[in-house]
Ligand binder design. Structure first.
Ligand SMILES: [Mg+2]
Length: 415
């Protein structure tokens, strides 16, 4: 059950009063506000590197490519190595990575990664680039540095980020289609369920950033109704409009989703129309999810503080990595808002697994893109699906056993 703002203030009044007292009367009453606690939660250190007593100095950062997949390789002065896989955007964001991100880290102590995220944001006025095109390259290097630190410490990324608290992650499979009739879509979803053993699904409603137009005439209402009829009462159903509706239309569609007992309604309104989204969230009973394109901690804070959404969904790549996403989840947690991250890129679900392994409230189901066979053998034990859940990579780092093998055949990309 979600806390109201008043409940929250009641729950934290003692803490707020203490904080106000220690800060004398400079800010006074305002210090007791939710805002203060959200900022405080976001500012807590994320990394736990107690076992790393010696500096881990970054000597080189390389961007590598094999086919359409890009990789980042970070090497320390001591010869340790960490790698990451991009979200299929390096093919056009490589110059930002090579010119605006990678050089900053040369000679830096990897253990100070949290501070470096801020330093990098300021460096050369990088904040002027703020957006998905900046934060995705930051995520690539963050993942690689976390892999490096994990390998040096002999611990998994989930452990470095506060400690693993769960062993399996329940998932939903997403259709991703809009070109289907409702009947075809049900058949398609049945296929995905049979293939993966999923107990939860997500389908698309509306026309995608379509100003209220449906993908085809009458598709959305019919699909919503059919999905419950055909997939049964036990199936956990999620729906995503991808920014399709104004508030009135979103509320209509949301009511239909309430009628079938859907889990949540994702991105009902255009992604940056937070007030519109809040209006929908205020009106509907069904939880509203959103935030996959968000890149500002302060706007996430606003969305959480003002309950613009009931579930926050930072994308681990678009939002700049695990540490920043954990900061969002810590703010959300204070108001009983789950963080169900969005994932991009084929390998992205591995980072999701690490995030989900250590985050207290991740909601019910995480996205799975049905590609485990491409990566499962990179890990020991190999990743598996068990009864609608994914197993989590064991450490160290991201958990890839043989990075040399993974990078075999790559070529270096230069600026
Ligand atoms: Mg979405």
């Amino acid at each position: 059950m979600a806390l109201t703002r008043r409940d929250f203030l009641g729950k934290t009044a003692g803490l707020g009063a203490l904080a106000a007292a220690s800060a004398a009367s400079l800010i006074g009453q305002e210090r007791r506000d939710v805002s203060y606690h959200l900022d405080k939660a976001a500012a807590q250190p994320v990394l736990e590197l107690g076992s790393l007593k010696d500096p881990v100095i970054i000597e080189s950062v390389d961007l590598l490519r094999k086919g359409n997949q890009h990789y980042v390789r970070v090497r320390s002065k001591d010869g340790a190595e960490g790698i990451s896989l991009d979200n299929n955007r390096a093919k056009y964001l490589a110059p930002i990575f090579l010119q605006r991100v990678a050089p900053y880290f040369i000679g830096k102590d990897a253990r100070q990664l949290e501070d470096h995220l801020w330093g990098l944001y300021r460096w050369g006025s990088n904040y002027k680039l703020q957006g998905l095109a900046f934060w995705s390259p930051v995520a690539w290097i963050e993942f690689a540095i976390l892999d490096l630190l994990g390998r040096v410490a002999g611990r998994s990324i989930g452990d470095l980020l506060g400690g693993v608290i769960r062993k399996k992650i329940p998932f939903y499979v997403a259709s991703g289609r809009r070109d289907s009739t409702p009947e075809e879509e049900i058949d398609y979803l049945r296929g995905l369920i049979d293939e993966t053993g999923a107990k939860a699904i997500k389908y698309r409603v509306g026309g995608r950033m379509s100003r209220n137009e449906d993908a085809s005439l009458g598709r959305t209402p019919k699909l919503i109704k059919l999905s419950r009829q055909e997939l049964g009462d036990d199936m956990a159903i999620h729906a995503d409009s991808n920014s399709s509706y104004d508030p009135l239309q979103a509320i209509d569609v949301g009511r239909m989703l309430e009628d079938i007992g859907a889990v949540y309604f994702e991105e009902p309104c255009p992604l940056d129309r937070l007030e519109d989204t809040r209006q929908v969230t205020d009106t509907l009973e069904i939880p509203v999810a959103g935030g996959e394109q968000e890149y500002s901690q302060w706007r996430f804070k606003w969305a959480i503080e003002n309950r613009a959404v009931d579930i926050v969904q930072p994308d681990l790549h678009y939002y700049g990595g695990l540490i920043r996403s954990i900061r969002v989840s810590r703010m959300a947690e204070l108001l009983n808002i789950p963080t169900t991250v969005h994932i991009s890129g084929g390998f992205g679900f591995i980072y999701m697994l690490h995030f989900a392994s250590r985050t207290p409230d991740i909601g019910g189901w995480q996205e799975y893109k049905r590609n485990i066979e491409n990566y499962s053998d990179w890990f020991d034990p190999p990743l598996r699906i068990e009864d609608g859940s994914l197993t989590i990579p064991k450490g160290p780092g991201v958990g890839i056993v043989d990075t040399k093998e993974v990078l075999k055949g790559t070529e270096r990309v230069s600026g």
